[in-house]
Design a protein around this ligand. Structure first.
Ligand code: AMP
Ligand code: MG
Length: 512
């Protein structure tokens, strides 16, 4: 088929194709020209040779790359877009979407390029994308590039979220180049290599529905069902309507995702429908933020002037986005009652999932009637003084662990509050409830779900500033902490501490 680029042909002056030993089977590209445009990544100028900025060995293993990939000059070139990979069939995919609640029409991979799909070590298929490898037919006014700062942020966040147990796309590496990229100021180019079972978004469905390309819509839905949700074909639920079952399954995964985000204090920042994964993965890390102080109204994206995507609004936005997906699937589902029932799976499932996560954070393994009021009181307590979210949960875990040893670390917890009376009242209530639990078990659970390290903006910023000075060690050091966020990592108390004063001057916007 003509849409698949022959990456093995070598023209004069073009770098030799790079072999990886990966087994490729580029199934999305095979859907054809209605879905993808074949094109090769665009090289960065040879005057600015690429260098490694960050690497995830775990993702390399997941893909099945030989361990020496981390020192391969050939792979460095290929993952910067400067040389083709043998077996890949690079394409940009088309999608549309709602941005900030408004229909935005056609979007698409404007700077992401799907290299193809490989077999992977443990999975049935893993797609590999380069982000920042040049313009595509969907770039609109953009340059198809990504800058170093946003690429480091995406790389670290992907791996940090995975380590926290949050469903997410992964990242193999970031490569950089000193080639200039113009944003508000002149920055330098970087490319992230992302990995996921699929990068299909709600927006892919919205695209074909909005154009009334219902045959293409059906082929896409069938592809997603057959590849990722085969149980939808055989279920009796939803009157045996596989497309309604698909919508319900996506609603369920999205509920699980949002419960994870809220519990870990993650703000996505740009929950447009084109950034919503059909597999319920965290996708497209832009102006995201892990909460410092607990503020339900926190807006992490400086471009979000209305606060549409404020932390506490995220669960409702996800529900709104699922309605946009439902609308797109209506030509296939054909029955509004079924579609509504499928979307409402989200409403039933989200509070249950959230409860599950918060119960673990509180160390409550048995269920009691007034656990929910206790949880609400906990969050009210934190909101009252915008108490540091991560530090609170970690110190609470340590306090419970200390109690098991017959010690007390209540003072370290109390120190987080200026007004100690409401805190003491809360602690008394909590300890009464906790006394009905097996406390060694509670302490164990709490220390394994309440991380010591999250990717706060200032930590990422520090690694970025070093990387700009050609010192990549900050990225590697931070990755090592974030890959094991629940471990103590002695000697790294600063990274687990309060943000420094200068952190409040960091502004994160959509510019990336
Ligand atoms: P985002 O806000 O990153 O989710 O991107 C929204 C849309 O803009 C997507 O279609 C992107 O591919 C596209 N886009 C963002 N940045 C660029 C860029 N620098 N060059 C080309 N397209 C871009
Ligand atoms: Mg996006």
């Amino acid at each position: 088929m003509s849409t698949v680029l022959d990456t093995t042909a070598q023209a004069p002056g073009v770098p030799a194709p790079v072999r990886t030993g990966l087994r490729w089977n580029n199934r999305y590209a095979q859907l054809g020209p209605a879905y993808v445009t074949a094109l090769a990544p665009q090289s960065l100028p040879a005057t600015h040779p690429p260098y490694w900025v960050g690497q995830s060995r775990a993702v390399g293993d997941w893909l099945g790359l030989a361990p020496d990939w981390t020192t391969s000059e050939d792979l460095l070139a290929a993952l910067t877009g400067n040389a083709p990979l043998v077996g890949s069939a690079p394409v940009a995919t088309v999608y549309s979407g709602h941005q900030f609640g408004v229909w935005a029409g056609q979007l698409g991979d404007g700077r992401a390029l799907l290299l193809g799909e490989v077999q992977g070590e443990t999975d049935s298929g893993l797609e590999i994308q380069l982000k920042g490898a040049g313009r595509t037919p969907y770039s609109r006014m953009g340059d198809g590039r990504a800058v170093l700062r946003s690429s480091i942020r995406e790389f670290l966040a992907s791996e940090a979220m995975h380590a926290l147990g949050v469903p997410t796309t992964r990242a193999l590496c970031v490569t950089g180049s000193d080639a200039p990229v113009r944003r508000e100021t002149v920055e330098t180019a970087a490319v992230v290599t992302r990995v996921a079972p699929s990068f299909i978004r709600f927006g892919h469905f919205e695209h074909f529905a909005s154009r009334e390309q219902f045959d293409e819509l059906r082929v896409l839905a069938d592809y997603v069902i057959d590849r990722y949700y085969p149980e939808c074909r055989t279920t009796d639920a939803y009157q045996g309507n596989a497309y309604a079952a698909l919508l319900a399954a996506v609603s369920e995964r999205t509920a699980v995702l949002l419960a994870h985000w809220q519990a870990v204090g993650f703000c996505h920042g740009v929950m447009n429908t084109d950034n919503m994964s059909i597999l319920g993965l965290t996708l497209d890390y832009g102006p995201y933020q892990f909460l410092d102080g607990y503020d339900p109204g926190h807006i992490c994206n400086h471009s979000d002037t209305q606060g549409r995507y404020a932390y506490a609004r995220q669960p409702n936005v996800a529900y709104w986005n699922l309605h946009a997906l439902a609308q797109a699937l209506m030509p296939l589902i054909e029955d509004e009652t079924l579609a509504q029932a499928a979307v409402d799976v989200y409403r039933e499932r989200f509070p249950l999932e959230l409860d599950l996560r918060y119960r673990a954070k509180l160390g409550l393994r048995t269920e009691q009637a007034d656990d929910r009021p206790l949880l609400e009181a906990t969050l009210r307590l934190l909101a009252g003084e915008r108490t540091d979210y991560t530090i609170f949960w970690r110190r609470l875990s340590q306090h419970v662990a200390a109690s098991v040893r017959g010690a007390s670390e209540a003072q370290a917890l109390r120190d987080l509050f200026i007004d100690t009376a409401p805190f003491d009242a809360w602690l008394g209530r909590y300890e009464t409830r906790l006394s009905q639990e097996n406390q060694p078990d509670s302490a164990h659970t709490m220390l394994s779900v309440n991380p010591k390290f999250v990717l706060r903006n200032w930590l990422g910023e520090q690694a970025i500033r070093r990387a700009r000075e050609q010192d990549q060690s900050g990225v590697a050091r931070l990755l090592a902490l974030l890959e094991r966020p629940h471990d103590e990592h002695p000697g790294h108390e600063a990274e687990a501490g309060f943000p420094p004063d200068w952190a409040s001057s960091i502004e994160i916007s959509c510019s990336s």
